[in-house]
Design a protein around this ligand. Structure first.
Ligand SMILES: *Cc1c(COP(=O)(O)O)cnc(C)c1O
Length: 388
């Protein structure tokens, strides 16, 4: 396999960094175009919440804006304000809606609140009465029980003639609870409710599907889709082959190689005892970098998914985590690598082309989303902007 992440002219601080993150912006743009194509007649937006899933909202936002995205979703107003200069003509929706005190952030940055509760709706009507017309979106709950107006309240709203004429939703949306599980009856049940909602909000664009929902077929696409994880190369649908291009490679520098004898132990709690003479690579990554403690090789009572931890990759071979992951350091088993295959100063791939982020996440009993959004502040980042 050719490694698309081979770096030819990186700056020295990247080449020698304790932790490196290589982010392929061309692949993100490709993945967005792929999602747009799979969305059929619907337009594809891009979900950039949590710093674009940990990969950098400025670079990712600019890349997708250049690729043609004109609708973006963020979680909180500050993310929208950060994104605005990189997506000047785009619509930026704020999923958590609007609260008193946030009005200026919305108006100054031209952000669209996604009204998510009856309290927010009442506040928004009062804002409009004072300010006059301003766009909003309306989130309706169809079974997730997280955000959104109750179904009945949403349907009533469309009949309510007392609302200010300046109330002008540009989008009505809902969110699937089980989109990642195509066989779940929940999908159909939510779809049926949302069809009622979109019919009631006649003439208003409708949006139901995140990445996973796009794969459920055209019934789920409506006018606008909301892909997030798929843009970043993560797995959207359970148990299906991931068709997206890889986007990220995370690597940690190996600080030293050491030899340990059978019967000795390693790391906190002496939780892993060697059954054979072993060779260890001590790498500069720990749970403070989002390399979760649950990825530990042994002795973690929290993880009930199995006794094995994660593996990294060195010289094309998987190398298991040994003992507990610590705050800044993790120990990998390199006993089975050929002599001289690894030296201090080399890098271990934590996830990337040779080790899917979702497979690493599974070892910790979690999902790729959590690995990406938890990367922390210590990675030196290199953005690849070439298309190939
Ligand atoms: C996070 C989120 C998305 C994007 O979901 P992915 O699974 O990452 O594609 C879309 N819509 C809403 C409401 C979200 O919270």
């Amino acid at each position: 396999m050719t490694d698309r992440f081979t770096i030819l002219d990186a700056p020295d601080e990247f080449l020698s960094a304790p932790l490196r993150l290589t982010i392929d912006l061309g692949a993100i743009a490709d993945n967005w175009r792929d999602m747009a194509r799979r969305s059929g007649r619907a337009r594809a937006s891009a979900v950039l919440k949590a710093d674009a899933y940990g990969l950098g909202i400025e670079d990712v936002g600019q890349t997708l804006y250049r690729a043609g995205a004109r609708d973006f979703f963020v979680a909180v107003p500050a993310e929208g304000a950060t994104l605005r200069p990189y997506a000047p003509e785009a619509r930026i929706f704020v999923l958590s809606g609007i609260w008193p005190g946030q009005e200026e952030t919305f108006f100054n940055n031209d952000l669209v609140p996604v009204i998510a509760s009856e309290e927010q709706l009442a506040f928004w009507m009062a804002v409009l009465t004072e300010r006059g017309p301003y766009p909003c979106a309306v989130h309706v709950d169809t079974g997730f029980n997280r955000l959104g107006l109750p179904l009945a309240a949403a349907l009533e709203l469309t009949d309510d003639v007392s609302q200010p004429t300046s109330f002008d939703p540009v989008l009505v949306m809902s969110h699937l609870a089980c989109g990642d599980t195509p066989t779940s009856p929940m999908n159909k049940a939510q779809l049926e409710k949302f069809l009622m909602v979109s019919a009631a909000f006649e003439g208003v664009e409708a949006s139901l599907s995140a990445s996973a929902g796009i794969f459920l077929g055209s019934d789920y696409h409506f006018d606008l889709t909301r892909p997030g994880i798929a843009l970043y190369g993560g797995e959207a649908v359970n148990g299906a082959k991931n068709p997206m291009r890889e986007v990220v490679k995370a690597e940690a520098r190996i600080l030293q190689i050491r030899d340990a004898k059978a019967g000795e132990s390693v790391s906190y709690g002496a939780a892993h005892v060697f059954s054979r003479d072993s060779r260890l690579a001590v790498a500069s990554v720990g749970y403070a970098d989002g390399y979760l403690r649950n990825l530990s090789g042994a002795g973690i009572p929290l993880r009930q998914t199995g006794i094995l931890g994660a593996s990294g990759v060195i010289a094309g071979r998987p190398v298991p985590v040994l003992g507990r992951v610590t705050m800044d350091l993790t120990i990998f088993d390199v006993t089975d690598l050929p002599d001289h295959a690894v030296r201090a100063g080399d890098y271990v791939e934590l996830f990337g082309p040779a080790m899917q982020v979702d497979d690493v996440a599974r070892a910790a009993g979690t999902i790729g989303y959590e690995m990406l959004t938890g990367l922390g502040l210590r990675y030196e980042r290199l953005y690849l902007s070439s298309v190939d």
